[in-house]
Design a binder for this molecule. Structure first.
Ligand SMILES: Cc1cc2nc3c(=O)[nH]c(=O)nc-3n(C[C@H](O)[C@H](O)[C@H](O)COP(=O)(O)O)c2cc1C
Length: 235
């Protein structure tokens, strides 16, 4: 990508290249790289420039301790989640997308649909950030409104793209919010901070089949509508 003036084609290529990474090399990530990535992500816009959210970046012993605490919590009884992620029940067309993404993931991992133990193990791997050398725990003040989650989402996307451009892989981990209380205890987070999600970050393992999962996207016509131009929206 050119340094001075990236084109839409450059950005589209970066967006296309970014896919969730769920297997990482053990290579450590220099703190300077993380600071550069977060500095870039900080440019995301936000309503009234509130810049809501905090990024708690963990590596080394603090990460190992956090993973142990989260893995132990996830083996125990379910906790009330920090917030509702999905509508219950999911509308059928969204359920179909969720299923397709799940099947693609399990197929890449060689886990049969009926292999409950295999699926459970993959779910548990969320709480070890898929072995990534860096975990980012993303929080937001509990009293923030829906718009602030939109702002935080933009910062998350900016972070993922910045990481991708810097040669790192990432995966969002919404599963973290299912054990938000445990995350609070492990990191001694202030009560007013709500755990939104985690992000695993590191050098992607190029040999891992799970990193070859490709998810589909809805056709443009199901995503956008155009008024004031003739013609149908292309697939
Ligand atoms: C906020 C957020 C939370 C996510 N949570 C999880 C998760 O808990 N576990 C997981 O394996 N993938 C998780 N993902 C990855 C999504 O499943 C993935 O982004 C989606 O299927 C599209 O695939 P792609 O990222 O490869 O394009 C999450 C992604 C985002 C953006």
């Amino acid at each position: 990508m050119s340094q001075s003036s990236p084109s839409l084609a450059d950005l589209a290529a970066l967006l296309e290249r970014r896919r969730s990474c769920r297997a990482f090399l053990e290579r450590p990530v220099p703190r300077a790289d993380l600071e550069r990535i977060l500095t870039a992500a900080r440019q995301a816009p936000s309503g009234a420039n509130l810049q809501p959210g905090r990024f708690h970046v963990l590596a080394g012993a603090p990460l190992a301790g956090f993973c142990d605490a989260m893995a132990a919590a996830a083996e125990g009884p379910a906790e009330p989640p920090e917030y509702g992620y999905f509508p219950q029940p999911l509308p059928p067309e969204l359920k179909a997308r969720q299923r397709a993404a799940g099947y693609a993931l399990y197929a890449a991992l060689g886990i049969d649909r009926r292999d409950l133990a295999g699926r459970r193990a993959q779910f548990a791997a969320n709480y070890r950030f898929f072995g990534a050398p860096v975990a980012i725990v993303v929080t937001i003040r509990r009293d923030m409104g829906a718009g602030c989650y939109m702002d935080l989402g933009m910062a998350l996307m900016a972070l993922m793209l910045a990481a991708e451009a810097a040669g790192y892989g990432t995966c969002g981990i919404g599963a973290l919010a299912q054990y938000g209380r445990a995350a609070h205890r492990a990191l001694a987070l202030p009560e007013e901070e709500l755990v939104v999600c985690g992000i695993a970050l590191g050098h992607p393992d190029p040999e891992a089949p799970v990193n070859r999962v490709r998810t589909e996207r809805a056709p443009l016509g199901g995503y956008a509508s155009f008024r004031g131009w003739p013609g149908e929206v292309p697939e």
